[in-house]
Design a protein around this ligand. Sequence first.
Ligand code: ATP
Ligand code: MG
Length: 415
Amino acid sequence: MIQRPRGTRDFTPQEMETRRYLESLFRLVAETHGFREIATPIFEHAELFTLKSGPNILDEIYAFEDKGGRQIALRPELTAPAMRFFVNDLTNYPRPLKVFYFGQCFRYERPQSGRYREFFQFGAELIGAPNPESDAEVIGLAAAMITRSGLGNFSIRVGHIGILRSKLSEGGVKSESAPAILQKLDKKVYDEAVPLMQQAGMSDGAIEDVVALTKTIGGIDVLQSLTGEPRDYLMEVFQVLQSYGLKDVKVDLGVVRGLDYYTGIVFEVDAPMLGAEKQVCGGGSYSLTELFGGEKTFSTGFAIGFDRILLALEREGMKAPQKNVIAYVVPVSETMRLAAFKITADLRSNGISTDVDLMRRNLGKNFKYADAIGAKFVIIVGEKEAAQDSVTVRDLKTGEQRLVRRSDLSQVLKE
Ligand code: ATP
Ligand code: MG
């Protein structure tokens, strides 16, 4: 037997129905918020991702040379492709440009629950509006999508990278030393972050302040004691969030998101029941366009880990509606078989999902099969009924049977 590659998954019909159900909910919410879908290729020039994240990213992604000698990478995320697309082709769209996307991403990670080598992201980018209200709009969309998914237990934490950055620079850290420190602070590995801050020339007191800052989490009152532009900006974001009715969003100054291109607000969503892989969404405001040859353009976006949301929903007992057929058509005898196909075609063209006996089974076995596939009704096509231009319709749940004229059949089933 040939196994699928490590870190990948196959999806059963039931799983696909659940996945498509969630996908369509997400799509609906994004459209309700005025975002429109885009799509970009699954593979890109590897350079797109090294420009965004540095050369080390190559160790974490699927990158290879194609037959034409080009360095290609399977996309590990969708923000860089979306911004490349924007710079190439979308700069003439009215601003802000609000887009969303859904698709698979590939990362060379150590697979575990909630962490795969092929996984799916549902994300959005609001391009070209550098204001607290545009940031709040994006956080609001992420919140609405996750709420609409039905997930009960999750928390949204919002911070501003500028607060930490200015604390570091006030402490004497040069801008080139900041990224390494921020990366360690992002992962909360203080035993590595502290020595880096010492090397960068920070005093013990300043280091203590930074550490305390990254542990600051709570309501907007935690901003009360702070001053400065980033703090005021964050305050405004929270005012808009409150107007949008989002009262449970927390301030968390420890949200760092390691990478350099984040410029302002940063946020994360956790589903605590997922344990170590609890982060189901990450986002923030950033500027990448100038890296890809465009004019500097501020954007805010996020990516939801679609698979993790599904895992969390599953743990909360979510059941998506399954798409079983409505009708299963059974000819009672050889002579009625072609009539059964006619009826099947008729129902299908009326939009009623219909299966028909393809195994030449007897009536009893056909009932068993209809039950197994979860059909709602069995349509029995018999000679006696045909003489009256009718069929027998049996409701599999109640066991009730009735004679229905063929011309009324679609209507009756729809009702
Ligand atoms: P993590 O710290 O969990 O590796 P990340 O910071 O790499 O996450 P992002 O790049 O911000 O994650 O991606 C956005 C979201 O995509 C994450 O919050 C997570 O829910 C999901 N995600 C990231 N990597 C994987 C993966 N390998 N498998 C499944 N989902 C993933
Ligand atoms: Mg990761």
